[in-house]
Design a protein. Structure first.
Length: 195
């Protein structure tokens, strides 16, 4: 019962307090690689609803390429590398939380292509709001490095990483509580600081 009021309160406070960081990151992106500053990406949310996840853009605009990114990806801008390393690019998702698309804590939202590929597994996961952070975000905090070490990064993601993420999402759903959400938030902060 506390989850939604907590999400709204924290996202409002976060957006206000972090507004200078967001503005600075947006301006750095604009100076480094032009418009747009914000990147919108289609993700699957609760009950299978498609929504646009917001991030500060970290890749060159208008480029295609693989659905995943790996460390050293040539599409990532100079400023984008810093934003991704510090996770500052994820801060606009506080707006997604405020809108009700997401929660602070919950299974990370995936792109429609992968949800369709793992449709049976996502049925239970999509019963709740996706989150900015979860157990998988902590476990795979260095995902880009992990995928860069693979000869076939896309195959590594689909066959190994994503199934493990789904296992962790199932674990979260089984054990979800307000106290476990607080624990995940604290653990996320810890790995970001000590990364």
């Amino acid at each position: 019962m506390l989850k939604r009021p907590f999400d709204v309160t924290c996202s409002v406070i976060g957006l206000v307090v972090l507004s200078p960081v967001l503005l600075g990151a947006g301006l750095a992106t604009l100076i480094d690689s032009g418009w747009p500053m914000i990147f919108r990406h289609r993700r699957v949310g609760r009950s299978g609803r498609i929504f646009h996840l917001f991030k500060i853009r970290t890749m060159m605009p208008g480029l295609g390429g693989p659905l995943i990114t790996v460390q050293g990806d040539s599409r990532i801008t100079r400023v984008g590398r810093i934003l991704r390393k510090t996770k500052i690019d994820e801060l606009p998702q506080l707006w997604n939380v405020l809108r009700g698309d997401m929660s602070l804590v919950g299974p990370r939202p995936e792109i429609p292509e992968y949800v369709e590929q793992f449709k049976a597994r996502y049925e239970r996961i999509l019963a709740i709001r996706p989150g900015i952070t979860d157990l998988a975000s902590i476990r795979f905090r260095n995902e880009e490095e992990l995928l860069a070490a693979s000869r076939e990064p896309l195959r590594e993601y689909v066959e190994r990483v994503l199934p493990l993420k789904l296992d962790l999402a199932d674990e979260y759903i089984r054990t979800a509580s307000f106290s476990s959400d607080l624990s995940i938030l604290l653990r996320t902060a810890k790995v970001m600081i000590w990364k």
